[in-house]
Design a protein around this ligand. Structure first.
Ligand SMILES: *Cc1c(COP(=O)(O)O)cnc(C)c1O
Length: 690
């Protein structure tokens, strides 16, 4: 097995130790120049590294995690501000507007500038990233250059009077240019870019960049032009090389290092005070304070100790990948949006159908990704699903495809949801509530499930007379568009004809139709383009799977979005004749190596799966499911993968090495369609986006 080496998380510890060095000057008692190089040059990689890691992970999640990042950073900042209030009091610099200015821009104590800078930086970086990375990096690069002129290159740049006035203006607002505007965006975006250079190139480039940056720093110091020493011309280049090397070596993660390094960052100034106070109290100033190296080590050890205790006290939460999870490939989702949208005629937009927790994919994650890909209309099954999307910040059109009782009409208004009209009585009862409601007229063209009969013009015009109902859309649903049988095609044609006849009649009457829509996934995959449509309500195809393996007329290059994974929890060997599982349903014909897996029918898998020939992927090999599927667990035969061990990842849908388990095949095995299989995947399975 490949040895995991969580380089990114490990480097956080090094970066934290470097930050402590910046604030304790470990070499100052030995060599002034050496200390300058260590704390004002080398250690300046620490904060950019933290920013790059944040940018890297935020971008990998398509910046969806931005709000959570901001909330968490705000919380940490607030806690740190409170923690250091006594120090502010002691220093006497807490009064008045200046403290508020520092709270918002510079941080209330010297190291706390990082938090407001990270928050502002992420907002700027995300906004810039929408324009594409090259453009974003260019703008952030210009901002960095401006910041540089107010930092280590200050004395040189301000020799020009206009520039001097410019920086005077900047510094009347903030103390340094090393902040969320000039400094953070470039590193967040370089992290987001995640450049991967060849290892040799990155190593050589890194060494050269460090040499160049050292020369730059020593030159500027000799010129005595530095106003501050956080920013250098060669720093971004050095960071790109370093980060590339780390990404290259990175495998796995060590989450505990994250909180540990963060706590060292937050707490070390407090420890500096404690060490100094303690040294004075016990008369050890010569050793603990005056010896700069010992002082540094004491502060570092104290910070580590304190951080360790706090980490230990923090209640731990189970990891998302501890048991079983739904893994989303968001780039596949974006790809599918693009492919589907391009397959539609101009003027026809994609309505993302995200009912049933987005067919088991996680409605909020999916809807946010769709929104970022330009989708502005969504369909859900019921009121609760619509409200959940609004609460998650989804704007645009949200259509409820199912019946909503008139008693709930106020909620439709409150959350600005559009309601389909199930029949004439439903329409009347919604109108009777008096609420101004946005509705899509459902027309029954042959499915006979919901909607007003398409030829019941009297009922339709009656609804148009009700002034409080605003018809913003008209639609119908096709019930055999997935079939290429001749009679089914004829049925679909008849449905389409009825639909367009009614639409034409409405237009002739001068009734506004709002948005017209009839195609669902198979309407897109099997029908010619519908010219007069404003939406295609696409569900299953969005997720990159078809309902079944039945052929379609217009196969599109769609990629599956979801993988379903679980873990091996125990491995054992059965002797020939021994049995396993409920009902003794499996009996070993020969010595058999079996494993328990942490997923079961309560997670949405069909209980019949093992009996239907179901299998899983483990270490790139097919392993049959055996015995009865349990509520929370499954048994598999791992005789063909003898290295299997506890903790191994088991794939139930998706790729593992050369093998791929398709949802269509699994659904067919169990006598159902992927729509059912996927939408049943339970809420107990965390959604992990990658
Ligand atoms: C579920 C549903 C859709 C989406 O169907 P797919 O085949 O998954 O694309 C569209 N319209 C209505 C009315 C639906 O109920």
């Amino acid at each position: 097995m490949k040895r995991s080496y969580p380089a990114l998380d490990m480097f956080r510890l090094i970066a934290a130790a470097l930050v402590v060095a910046i604030h304790t000057s470990p070499l100052s008692g030995l060599t002034e120049a050496g200390d300058f190089w260590l704390t004002r040059v080398l250690a300046r990689i620490a904060v950019p590294f933290f920013l790059m890691v944040s940018g890297y992970f935020l971008a990998r999640g398509n910046w969806n995690g931005t709000n959570r990042f901001l909330q968490k950073t705000l919380f940490l900042y607030a806690a740190s501000v409170i923690l250091y209030l006594p120090v502010n009091f002691y220093n006497g610099n807490i009064s008045g507007l200046d403290w508020v200015r520092r709270l918002l821009l510079d941080g209330t104590l010297y190291h706390l500038w990082y938090f407001p800078a990270a928050m502002l930086g992420v907002l700027i970086a995300r906004t810039l990233a929408r324009a594409g990375l090259p453009a974003a990096l260019s703008v952030a690069g210009v901002l960095y250059l401006i910041g540089l002129g107010g930092d280590s290159w200050y004395g040189i740049c301000t020799r020009i009077p206009v520039i001097n006035i410019f920086y005077n203006g900047i510094f009347s607002v903030c103390t340094y240019t090393r902040n969320g505007l000039f400094y953070a965006p470039i590193f967040l975006l370089l992290g987001a870019a995640g450049f991967r250079l060849r290892r040799g190139l990155a190593a050589a480039g890194g060494v050269l960049a460090l040499l160049a940056m050292s020369a730059e720093a020593l030159f500027l110091r000799a010129q005595n032009v530095q106003r501050h020493d956080s920013m250098y011309l060669f720093l971004p280049l050095l960071m790109v090389c370093l980060f590339s090397l780390l990404l290259d070596a990175n495998a796995g993660e060590r989450k505990s290092f994250r909180s540990f390094s963060l706590l060292i960052y937050i707490l070390h100034p407090m420890v500096i005070l404690l060490v100094r106070g303690g040294a004075k109290a016990v008369g050890l100033q010569t050793l603990l304070i005056e010896n700069s190296l010992v002082h540094y080590l004491a502060v570092l050890a104290g910070s580590c100790g304190l951080a360790y205790v706090l980490c230990f006290l923090r209640p731990a939460r189970p990891g998302a990948k501890a048991r079983a999870w739904r893994e989303l490939d968001l780039s596949a989702l974006r790809h599918n949006v693009h492919v589907l949208q391009s397959s539609l005629p101009a003027g026809c937009a994609l309505m993302g159908v995200v009912k049933a927790d987005a067919y088991g994919h996680g409605a909020v994650t999916v809807a946010r990704t769709l929104w970022r890909s330009g989708v502005r209309a969504f369909a859900v099954a019921c009121l609760t699903e619509g409200i959940a999307l609004r609460k998650a910040g989804i704007r645009g059109e949200i259509l409820i495809l199912g019946y909503t009782p008139p008693e709930e009409a106020a909620l439709l208004l409150r959350w600005r949801l559009s309601q389909m009209v199930a029949d004439a009585a439903h329409g009347q009862s919604l109108a009777d509530t008096g609420f101004p409601l946005r509705i899509h007229l459902g027309l029954d063209t042959g499915m006979h499930r919901l909607g007003l009969p398409a030829d019941d013009y009297a009922a339709i015009s009656a609804l148009y007379q009700r002034k409080n109902l605003k018809v913003v859309g008209i639609f119908s649903h096709l019930c055999v568009a997935d079939s290429l049988a001749e009679s089914d095609i004829a049925y679909t044609e008849a449905q389409l004809t009825r639909f367009y006849e009614t639409v034409a009649w409405l237009r002739a009457q001068g009734f506004p139709t709002g948005r017209v829509h009839i195609q669902a996934s198979y309407g897109v995959l099997n029908l010619p383009e519908q010219q007069s449509c404003d939406y295609a309500r696409v569900g299953i195809a969005l997720y990159g799977v078809r309902s079944s393996d039945a052929p379609v007329r217009r196969p599109l290059d769609l990629q599956p979005v979801l993988s379903l994974r679980a873990r091996v929890t125990s491995v054992r060997t059965l002797a020939a004749g021994e049995c396993a599982g409920y009902d003794r349903a499996f009996q070993a014909g020969r010595a058999t190596r079996i494993a328990a897996v942490s997923i079961g029918y309560a997670d949405g898998l069909p209980r019949s799966l093992p009996q239907m020939g179901g299998y899983v992927l483990l270490r790139g090999k097919k392993c049959p499911l055996i015995g009865r599927l349990c509520m929370d667990q499954a048994l598999i035969d791992v005789t063909g993968a003898p290295e299997a061990e506890t903790g191994d990842i088991v794939t139930l849908i998706g790729c593992d090495g050369p093998e791929m388990l398709r949802a269509e095949a699994l659904a067919a095995q169990c006598g159902t369609i992927t729509n059912e299989l996927l939408s049943r995947l339970g809420g107990r399975l965390p959604v992990v986006a990658r």
